[in-house]
Each structure stands twice: as structure tokens, then as C-alpha cells.
Design a protein around this ligand. Structure first.
Ligand code: ZN
Length: 149
């Protein structure tokens, strides 16, 4: 188990240091800001939605390794997915970071499961879910700035 944890940590650190899909997306049609005042994590999420698909997704932000890694992995997981799939993955991810998932659901999450370790640290759950709440609000065209508080 400790080896698995180390592997998880490595993946989080890697994404935290070298976030994927990082930067402005010029032709985004959903743009949303999210803020986690407890930790100071901030991000802007850009989504290009076409025909019910997340065609492209990028983010810009600053914050702790968990918040950046989660945003980075989220963009990888959601690119090319339908909006409905994206919302389902969010639901599963939210469960994974707050309670125990069954094996079948864990498999559906793929690499994202590495972030489920935050479950034991309620403050960190907000870091890990910031990008996801922001994504959900962006797709719902919610006008307010997302705050985890
Ligand atoms: Zn944080």
C-alpha cells in the first residue's frame, strides 16, 4: 500500500509541477473563475464546447500542488467527453474524495483515483474539487464566481 501511495504522490507532484493543458484557450465559449479562500487556490477554466462535447479544455491558475494537479488531470480526463459524461465523472470524483468507492467505480475514474487520498484531509478536499466545481458551473453558465466556501 505504501508503494502505491508513493506512486500516487509522484503523479500528483508531476502534474502539480508540469500541469497539462495549461494556459488560455482563445476560442473558449465557457470561461469560469474559481477560488478556494481556505488555501488561496485560484483558477480560470476555459472550455470549448461543441455539439455537446468538451472539444477542448484548458486552465490557468495558481495554488497548491493538489489544486493544480487536480485541474491538470481533470482537463486530461474530460477532453473529448460529452457534457453528460463530464458531469458523471465529476459525481464519481466527488464521491471518491469524500467516501469509499466500489472497485467498478474506481476503475471508471482511472488515474483520477490518485487524488482520493485527500479524503482524510477535509481542507484538501476543497483544493482537489475546486477545478471540478468550476467546470460544472462553467457548463451550467452559472454567472457567479465559484468559491469553495
Ligand atoms: Zn490548495
Amino acid at each position: 500500500m505504501s508503494e502505491l501511495r508513493e506512486l500516487y504522490q509522484e503523479l500528483i507532484l508531476d502534474h502539480g509541477r508540469q500541469p497539462r493543458n495549461n494556459g488560455v484557450l482563445e476560442d473558449a465559449n465557457h470561461i469560469k473563475e474559481g477560488y478556494n479562500p481556505l488555501c488561496g487556490d485560484k483558477l480560470t477554466l476555459y472550455i470549448k464546447e461543441e455539439n455537446g462535447l468538451v472539444q477542448n479544455i484548458r486552465f490557468q491558475g495558481e495554488g497548491c500542488a493538489i489544486s493544480i494537479a487536480s485541474a491538470s488531470m481533470m482537463t486530461q480526463a474530460l477532453k473529448g467527453k460529452t457534457i453528460i459524461e463530464a458531469k458523471k465523472i465529476f459525481e464519481l470524483f466527488h464521491q471518491a474524495v469524500t467516501e469509499d468507492l466500489n472497485d467498478a467505480d474506481e476503475k471508471k475514474l482511472g488515474k483520477l483515483i490518485v487524488l482520493s487520498g485527500v479524503k482524510d484531509f477535509p481542507m484538501r478536499v476543497k483544493c482537489a474539487t475546486l477545478a471540478w466545481h468550476t467546470m460544472s458551473a462553467a457548463l451550467n453558465n452559472d454567472a457567479t464566481i465559484v468559491s469553495t466556501e
